[in-house]
Design a protein around this ligand. Structure first.
Ligand code: ZN
Length: 348
């Protein structure tokens, strides 16, 4: 049994279409009355968009129903699915807590309510029947004001039992006019000892070398090997890992063919830059992590050795995995306790 680590999954995009459809049927059927049946809804929900912005717009549909009251419902189903269908041992869930607060509150009340949201998500992800090590990444957002983003960093520092890092999201083309602000926020996060990742170099419009030194991992980052391979040695020396989410680039119109990722993997692996393969929005795409792996193998983008190297990298770069080893070595001791080490090696 292989157990996996998922480093890049959005809470909003984690809801599979069937679960969302059921939720709407039970609680908000006005949101689905324009769809003739489930198939029409699934087609609308999962079909590719032309741009990253158009794709991100879809997240607002889910955000609108993920409130403080309903979050346990969605988080429970996320963890259950991840355990049963994806063999996850480790999961980092990311979201912008401000966008889950009650809209009728003032900005400062919403900032205050963010702490409750983090607690609700943290408690809802601890399920004894589906034991997965989970942690949260709080996303700053390109469309939120500075004070809110700074409060998100502060909250991450206050809630270390539930939060392992900060991120920036909202479309990487939108940071340009406020770049200095985000550099400052990341410097602040690092000064508090927080782990960092950031949605960068996902699209050709999102290339900001100024932010790179502050990041421990890079959300997507595929435009680095594709357009700026000269940066790869710096990434390798800083031991930065790319979180590559293969299906996303087709859904956002960033790539036309997944085989374009071969260059990404080849150049990174040659330069000694680690890649963790992730789903981004497994629900929205209706593609779970094992299928991301399988697609890359089937299309000859990577081979089995490279896949395992990426799976190992995911555990190595996980911000809150509490063990030194990936689960295979822990399970060997548990499932084959009486066999001497030599026999284990031969069976592998
Ligand atoms: Zn993402």
């Amino acid at each position: 049994m292989a157990l996996y680590a998922e480093l890049h999954r959005h809470l909003g995009g984690s809801v599979v279409p069937r679960v969302l459809w059921r939720y709407f049927q039970r609680h908000a059927d006005d949101k689905i009355e324009r769809f003739a049946d489930y198939a029409a809804f699934e087609d609308f929900y999962t079909r590719p968009r032309n741009t990253l912005d158009e794709y991100l717009e879809l997240h607002t549909l889910v955000e609108s129903v993920q409130t403080i009251e309903t979050l346990p419902y969605f988080v429970y189903r996320l963890i259950r699915g991840a355990y049963i269908f994806e063999n996850l041992a480790y999961l980092e869930i990311r979201y912008t807590p401000y966008l889950r607060t009650s809209e009728h509150l003032t900005q400062s009340q919403r900032i205050e309510q963010m702490a409750e949201i983090v607690d609700v998500v943290g408690k809802a992800s601890q399920l004894s029947e589906y034991p997965i090590v989970t942690s949260q990444i709080l996303c700053m957002h390109s469309r939120l004001p500075y004070e809110v983003n700074r409060a998100i960093v502060d909250l991450a520092a206050q809630k270390r039992e539930y939060v392992c890092a900060v991120d920036v999201a909202g479309g990487d083309g939108h940071y340009a006019e406020r770049l200095e602000e985000f550099v400052q926020l990341y410097a602040y996060a690092r000064s508090l000892g927080l782990n960092t990742t950031g949605h960068l170099y996902e699209t050709p419009a999102g290339c900001y070398p100024e932010l790179l030194p502050y990041l421990m991992r890079i959300g997507h980052g595929i435009q680095i090997p594709l357009l700026h391979p000269e940066l790869l040695p710096d990434l390798a020396s800083r031991q930065q890992c790319l979180e590559v989410c293969p299906t996303t680039y087709l859904k956002t119109g960033t790539l036309q063919d997944m085989r374009q990722l071969k260059l990404v993997f080849d150049r990174c692996l040659d330069a000694g830059v680690d890649i963790a393969i992730c789903t981004d929005n497994a629900g929205l795409h209706n593609v779970r992590l094992p299928f991301e792996y399988e697609n890359l193998l089937t299309l000859d983008i990577i081979d089995f050795d490279e896949l395992q190297a990426c799976q190992d990298a995911a555990f190595r770069h996980a911000f809150a995995w509490p063990y030194g080893d990936r689960p295979a070595s822990l399970l060997n001791g548990l499932l084959k306790p009486s066999l001497p080490t030599g026999v284990l090696a031969m069976q592998d």
